[in-house]
Design a protein. Structure first.
Length: 306
């Protein structure tokens, strides 16, 4: 069941097109990753979903309702965490958390207290004294303590240390296990890779690829470390082999396109393999390859996305 839908959404600011025909669909019980560099259009899409700005054209729905017309009703079941949280300076952290929870129509004190402890927050301090990381903690605690059905998280771990990032990841997976849906916009690719069922890559307002991580890994290269008994020759002549480098003790390091893996391994095996290590492709590989190729195409006039 679809919880969130963007259907051919375009947003223009004067002559500038921030979003150009964006399609996105988040299902119930799914963690959906939304990635792209600064200025790609992620935050614009999220502001449309929150009913803060109106799409120029296209359809945007949450829970089957129009995000612009029905924003008040939608927000009762949506928790939003931005990447830079601004709080009331004279309220304490605990007061802000309680305020946010009451605005959503409930106050689960035991859940709130559990999250305050897990995130190691002192709720008695005034908000003006908090670091950026502690302000993020307040927003995350308020979000995960609420009875939301959809979490919209825009760079939510900005300013958190690695231990708190781990706590955040646990909270996301717990929400998913309860059947909640999460739209996660992040530039921390390892975070997206750990958490997300599906991802969409956006560039200059256009979704250039979407799907499960396994579906998208055909776009990435696997890293191999190889050592053979006989000198390995002609490897660089094979299709799909990149960035070959000689390491210590006769080890060769290189990257390989997934569809060339079989033919390259067959070639290497002729030289009597002593060592073969393979590192699986990561989301970062996928991300960088996409943008490098698109930028190269743009520079050469070969039809880069605009």
């Amino acid at each position: 069941m679809s919880v969130l839908i963007l259907n051919n959404v375009t947003k223009n600011f004067g002559k500038f097109t921030a979003l150009n025909g964006v399609n996105l669909e988040v299902n119930s019980g799914e963690v959906y990753g939304f990635i792209g560099p600064n200025g790609a259009g992620k935050s614009t899409a999220i502001r449309i979903l929150l009913g803060l700005i109106k799409a120029t054209s296209g359809e945007a729905q949450i829970f089957g309702r129009n995000v612009w017309k029905d924003a008040v009703e939608i927000h009762q079941k949506v928790a939003y965490v931005p990447g830079d949280v601004n709080l009331w300076p004279n309220l304490t952290g605990g007061e802000v958390i309680d305020l946010f929870m009451k605005m959503r129509g409930g106050l689960n004190k035991s859940r709130r207290d559990e999250l305050i402890q897990r995130f190691n927050l002192d709720p008695s301090k005034k908000c003006r004294t908090y670091s950026k990381g502690n302000r993020q903690k307040i927003a995350l605690i308020a979000a995960f303590a609420s009875e939301a059905d959809l979490y919209i998280l825009d760079e939510p771990t900005s300013g958190l240390d690695p231990l708190m990032e781990k706590i955040f990841q646990e909270c996301v997976l717990e929400a998913k296990a309860e059947g909640k849906s999460i739209l996660l916009s992040s530039h921390i690719l390892s975070e997206v890779e750990k958490l997300c069922d599906r991802i969409a890559i956006i560039r200059q307002g256009v979704i250039i690829e979407s799907g499960t991580l396994n579906e998208l890994r055909h776009l990435t290269r696997t890293h191999l470390l190889v050592k053979t008994k006989q000198p390995l020759t002609d490897l660089e002549q094979l299709n799909g082999v990149y960035d070959m480098e000689k390491k210590e003790h006769g080890v060769l390091s290189f990257q390989i396109d997934s569809d060339a893996l079989d033919s390259v391994i067959r070639h290497i095996s002729q030289f009597e393999l002593i060592k073969l290590e393979s590192s699986p492709p990561t989301l970062e590989d996928l991300f960088m390859k996409h943008y490098e190729e698109k930028e190269d195409a743009s520079r050469t006039g070969a039809g880069g996305v605009s």
